[in-house]
Design a protein around this ligand. Structure first.
Ligand code: FAD
Ligand code: UDP
Length: 386
């Protein structure tokens, strides 16, 4: 019946299903445990008719023309450039910290001196991760680095991750580097936008093919029996000879035999307010105040015009497989060692492809997983006729 089984209807699962059905003319079944497609990018209209993102705000941005062109087959785009402000000492200032922020938080003369030093040391239009800036051997720049570290990164990171910035892989805080520039945008990628009719609509278009069947509300273990020793797969109790593409958590696949891979989870608190606009920009970060990390107002992202507005507050939580969702892999050396034990097992199963944020235990943005899925299709599935 089916040539491929795909577990998970997120970006990776959906891109691969689309490629396999349209380019190989092969039949695919997608098994998804949630009651909807789209993975964490799923959006829907709430009861007030406002388009919201169920699993937290998702803003699309990429440098890859290939990824942009690929997704553009399934959606038109709304031009959107994300702006973030951070509440620092009672004032909302541009994040990532840039030269405009510098002049907002310091008196002019001090800001000018620091600006000159930054440009002399690093150049203009350069991004410096905060942990790198802290290593600079100059008293004034040390002062600046400590200020940014303490006011923007330290408490936010403790709230979000439960540890200090230096106890995480440097790429985590490196996602929001100090930017020696006057550009207030959160991302500088060439292609940025929001799917004009929402992410879910884009996924529906991608999966609209007679060779793609979708089974929702089903954990794959309910319908697939996988022998982890021999690699033998049974689907609905019938021997399955095709390939399995797995985009769920890798530790769950191997029944947590080496232990649980740690994640951070989030609790999203949505509020609809009887006013047209709640805040100045899409997202406001609260590094030092309140127990949530940030507030996003969806109408900024989606361009919707309504009398009311919906916001979401993000509260970070410990992850528990029985209680909440695994959102962020916690990148550090210890967890990488644990992941590699699972990866070693995964590499032995040549009829299973492990891909995506949960199966690869990676802090991937959407464009990165689309790029990965396209690469897997080209280099593994299509070329090797897997
Ligand atoms: P997922 O979207 O997680 O899809 C995996 C699917 O597998 C899920 O639908 C899941 O239900 C299903 N599944 C899992 N286990 C099973 C099982 N046992 N049986 C059946 N199905 C199963 N990226 C950006 O580029 N921009 C952003 O602004 C952005 N914001 C984000 C905000 C938050 C709060 C978070 C957590 C992530 C954000 N991301 C953002 C990242 C983005 O969500 C991911 O890159 C993307 O969703 C990864 O796609 P995926 O297919 O790998 O995984
Ligand atoms: N970060 C911070 N303060 C901020 C913004 C980001 O400390 O105002 C740190 C924090 O550790 C966060 C990481 O930088 O987890 C990455 O931020 P990003 O906005 O990329 O997080 P995401 O959107 O992926 O949740």
């Amino acid at each position: 019946m089916f040539n491929y089984i795909i577990v998970g209807a997120g970006f990776v699962g959906s891109v691969l299903a689309e490629r396999i059905a349209t380019q190989l003319n092969k039949k695919v079944i997608i098994i998804e445990k949630r009651n909807h497609i789209g993975g964490n990018a799923y959006d829907y209209y709430n009861k007030e008719g406002i388009l919201v993102h169920k699993y937290g705000p998702h803003i699309f941005h990429t440098r890859s023309k290939e990824v942009w062109d690929y997704l553009s087959q399934f959606t038109e785009w709304l031009i959107y450039q994300h702006h973030v402000l951070g509440l620092i000492d009672g004032k909302k200032v541009p994040i990532p910290f840039n030269l405009n922020t510098l002049y907002e938080v310091f008196p002019n003369s001090l800001a000018k001196k620091l600006e000159e030093k930054l440009i002399k040391h690093f150049g203009f239009n350069v991004k410096i991760p905060i942990l790198k800036l802290r290593e600079v051997n100059d008293d004034d720049l040390q002062f600046l680095a400590n200020y940014i570290y303490e006011k923007i990164f330290l408490n936010y990171t403790i709230k979000q991750w439960g540890v200090k910035p230096e106890d995480l892989d440097p790429t985590v805080t490196g996602r929001v580097p100090v930017y020696i520039s006057r550009d207030n945008r959160y991302f500088q990628d060439q292609f940025q936008g929001m799917p004009k009719y929402g992410y879910t609509k884009m996924f529906e278009n991608m999966l609209d093919h007679s060779y793609i069947k979708i089974l929702l509300n089903t954990d794959y273990k309910e319908v697939i029996d996988m022998n982890l020793e021999t690699g033998e797969i049974k689907l609905f109790d019938q021997k399955f000879e095709g390939k399995l593409i797995y985009t769920g958590p890798i530790d769950y696949f191997f029944n947590y035999k080496h232990g649980n891979l740690p994640y951070r989870s989030l609790n999203f608190k949505f509020e609809t307010i009887d006013m047209e606009q709640f805040q100045e920009v899409g997202t406001v970060n609260y590094p030092n105040n309140y127990s949530f990390t940030r507030i996003t107002e969806f109408k900024h992202l989606t361009g919707q015009k309504t009398n009311k507005t919906t916001i979401v507050k993000e509260f970070s939580q410990e992850y528990d497989p029985n209680k909440n969702e695994p959102y962020y892999p916690i990148k550090n050396e210890e967890n990488l060692i644990l992941f590699k034990l699972y990866k070693k097992e995964a590499d032995k199963l040549d009829n299973v492809i492990f891909a995506g944020r949960l199966a690869e235990y990676q802090y991937y943005d959407m464009d990165a997983v689309v790029a990965k899925a396209l690469k897997i299709f080209k280099e593994k599935i299509y070329k090797e006729k897997l």
